[in-house]
Ligand binder design. Structure first.
Ligand SMILES: [Zn+2]
Length: 380
């Protein structure tokens, strides 16, 4: 019976998500487009299928349809057991209405931000590999003829860095670029691009997307891959402090990133002035004239200096973005991909993350009363 209770709880979650104000608004939005046509299933049931797929981390529609077909509590929550073909039709149609999904995501993020005013203040940005549902090898077989047609022409070869036990290397597919709040661990902005796309070209648009969704970002932690001048400028132009470690470039090897120093030793950091765009440093003995100096912010001398405890703490929290990639891939069915073409992959990522965010919102809501007769209404 324990298993039944667990399933009941998840079906209850699906039901509560479908009844949440934000998802209900998405359903109403889609109903208004009237494209379901066909003696089909209600939009609510179809949105429910998307949620079930993500909540149960199922990679394919056929397995999702089979699960619902065998699961009375889920059917009760959805009000139907849609066929696998209905799911294909629904997602194909949904690609034509990306604004409806966007509005729902924005509404869920706005509610999350109301609950956590700190959300999005300190973020971390990174990119993660999403191998395509396609073969990108140039030759059909080893030593065989050259491939003429690629089943997913939007995918491309990219590079992934090594993660714990897995070594890095090339892969064929897409890359998910994401900005994750380091306090809540939740994504605030993301974008899917072909794998070959450079991270530093995409990151500024994530900062803008987070701002457009109402987040007031103060710092952004990124790994060495983002250690390029344009990235520092992009952050500072938006009033955001970049938290990025230095690559060993010639200037760094020459020690040009070092703080000012004098015969009394290395000067100490005395705070930054964001309006002035410079950090203040002081002679540790206070015997020099002048005893302090302003250093203009740039890649070598960021406003949050790398030697400070604040920088170290903020950079340490960068791990939040990698942990979230892991959760999305393993717990929210972001991978393996079972769709082709970038529009389909983008919708898939949006729906996976929407389910993830909606559940985070639901987890913070008061519990509903469940009765044997069915799904109860919210306790008064
Ligand atoms: Zn001095």
């Amino acid at each position: 019976m324990a298993g039944a209770t667990v399933q009941r709880t998840r079906a209850q979650q699906v039901n509560d998500l479908l009844d949440s104000a934000e998802v209900a608004a998405l359903i109403a939005d889609l109903e208004e487009t009237r494209w379901t046509g066909r003696p089909g299933y209600p939009v609510r049931s179809m949105v429910g299928m998307m949620l079930v797929k993500s909540l149960y981390a199922i990679p394919t529609w056929s397995r999702t349809a089979r699960l619902v077909g065998e699961h009375a509590a889920l059917q009760e929550a959805l009000g139907a057991a849609p066929s696998v073909y209905a799911c294909y039709r629904f997602t194909a149609k949904l690609r034509e209405f990306p604004d409806a999904v966007d509005r729902c995501i924005a509404a869920v993020l706005a509610r999350l931000r109301e609950q956590n005013p700190e959300m999005g203040r300190n973020i971390a940005i990174d990119g993660s590999d999403m191998p395509a549902y396609a073969n990108g090898q140039r030759f059909v077989s080893k030593g065989g003829r050259e491939r003429e047609r690629y089943s997913d022409p939007d995918a491309s070869w990219g590079h992934r860095s090594s993660v714990s036990t897995r070594s890095g290397g090339g892969y064929y597919g897409y890359k998910l670029h994401a900005a994750v709040c380091t306090a809540t661990g939740l994504p605030v902005a993301w974008r899917v691009e072909s794998a070959r796309t450079n991270e530093t070209m995409i990151a500024p648009s994530l900062l803008d997307a987070a701002a457009a969704r109402g987040f007031r970002t103060e710092t952004c932690a990124m790994d060495k891959g983002y250690d390029v001048t344009t990235m520092y400028d992009a952050c500072e132009e938006r009033g955001i402090r970049p938290i990025v470690p230095l690559r060993q470039t010639p200037d760094v090897k020459k020690g040009k990133d070092a703080p000012p120093s004098c015969e009394h030793g290395v000067w100490t950091f005395a705070g930054s002035d964001t309006k002035r765009g410079a950090s203040k440093w002081r002679c540790s003995a206070g015997q020099c004239a002048p005893a302090s100096a302003w250093v203009k912010a740039d890649r070598l001398h960021p406003l949050v200096p790398r030697a400070t405890a604040r920088f170290k703490s903020l950079y340490h929290r960068r791990g939040a973005v990698e942990r979230e990639f892991g959760r999305l891939k393993h717990e929210w069915s972001l991978l393996p991909l079972r769709v082709r073409r970038i529009d389909g992959v983008r919708l898939h990522a949006d729906l996976s993350i929407l389910a993830r965010l909606s559940m985070a919102l639901l987890a913070a809501q008061p519990l509903r009363v469940v009765t044997d007769a069915g799904f109860g209404k919210a306790a008064a």
